[in-house]
Design a binder for this molecule. Structure first.
Ligand code: SF4
Length: 365
């Protein structure tokens, strides 16, 4: 029986520059439901313990689930799956923004990107299928520049790209989408860079999706799920994940001083009230999200002026708490640099903290 909501898998060989497309097989759809399941099964079949995460044999898979891109709340996600250069085992990195939803709207469920291009390349996905294009003019550009340029060239589209970190195989390189949404964890950006794949562009004209009862899905979501989510996640809705900073410090679970303490001196300067006063502009959400966790923030003046990010709790603790940085504008600036270069801020903050701790103990000059 065919599962509604699933479309095509595109098998893309970057070395041969060839593409084969097929409907998601029923057994995969039913037995490994969702982007994570589908991606993990494909990866399991294509790799083993000898697979080099940065070798051409490691596939980069992007997959979505049957709800993605529909009226179901929180359905804007997609998952990158690969063997991780950071851990050497299954790597998966969920990305918000619009990439997953746009993939659904053009009738695709998964991209399986294999081997390595001989020159910088980007991939264009649309209702017409997959096309590979030269990306020499984009290589070396940061994620914001790449996204802006590709949006100028392609019009209405979603762009996932890597920055210099991915190109240079930094093991915690991220894949960025809509500037401030990342598939950040476990090094998908490095796998993408190892394939000389600079970006994935999904061109879409309309936001259409198929379901057994589309109107029923819309009605149930709007009348039952969204009001409940807004009520039960009220604090989250009002303050986003940065709202956790105060609670975490008061209760003593805020990662601080490279994991040695549960609260950082001066935490009030990086908690929600300070963020709201100093840098907050407006909430920002992934496609289909009724309770945006992202707080779009911008430094308006001073030496960090112009830095802009979607500030999240995880970045505040990793760059801030672990390194005892309690200047919210400095955190926004470092976050902005990391997003542009394409680095996962959680690992980056840990790397800073580890280096500082090693230096303090005389292990690092
Ligand atoms: S905005 Fe935040 S809460 Fe909403 S879907 Fe995206 S990651 Fe999830």
């Amino acid at each position: 029986m065919i599962m509604r909501g699933y479309g095509l898998i595109h098998w893309i060989d970057l070395s041969k520059r060839s593409i084969r497309s097929e409907q998601v097989p029923d057994d995969l759809a039913w037995n490994f439901i969702g982007g994570k399941g589908l991606g993990a099964k494909i990866l399991y079949d294509m790799t083993d313990e000898r697979t080099n995460p940065l070798g051409p044999e490691n596939p980069l898979i992007f997959a979505i689930g049957p709800f993605t891109g529909t009226a179901v709340p929180y359905s804007g996600k997609g998952t990158f799956v690969f063997k991780s250069p950071q851990t050497g085992i299954l790597g998966e990195s969920v990305i918000g923004g619009t990439l997953g939803a746009a993939t659904r709207w053009v009738g695709t469920t998964a991209l399986v990107i294999m081997n390595r291009a001989d020159r910088p390349t980007y991939l264009v996905l649309s209702e017409n299928g997959v096309e590979l294009r030269d990306a020499s003019h984009l290589w070396g550009k940061d994620i914001y520049e790449t996204e802006e340029e590709l949006k100028r060239e392609h019009g209405r589209c979603s762009v996932a790209s890597i920055g210099p970190a991915g190109e240079n195989l930094v093991k915690f390189a991220a894949i960025g989408n809509e500037k401030w949404r990342q598939g950040g964890r476990t090094g998908g950006g490095a796998v993408m860079g190892s394939k000389k794949l600079k970006a994935i562009v999904v061109e879409y004209d309309k936001q259409e999706w198929d379901a057994h009862d589309p109107d029923g899905v819309r009605k149930y979501s709007a009348e039952e799920i969204v009001p409940r989510a807004k009520e039960e996640l009220k604090s989250y809705f009002e303050r986003g994940t940065p709202g956790i900073v105060e609670l975490a410090n008061l209760w003593g679970f805020f990662p601080s001083y490279y994991w040695s303490k549960g609260s950082v001196d001066g935490w009030e300067n990086i908690a929600w009230d300070a963020i709201k006063r100093e840098v907050f502009v407006h909430p920002r959400a992934c496609f289909g999200c009724p309770t945006p966790c992202g707080r779009y923030s911008r430094v308006r003046e001073g030496k960090y002026a112009g830095s802009e990010v979607e500030l999240e709790y995880e970045t505040i603790y990793s760059i801030g708490g672990l390194n005892a940085i309690t200047d919210v504008k400095a955190i926004v600036w470092l976050n902005d640099r990391a997003d542009r270069l394409g680095m996962d801020t959680i690992t980056l903050g840990n790397v800073f903290g580890f280096a500082i701790e090693a230096y303090k103990r005389g292990k690092l000059d």
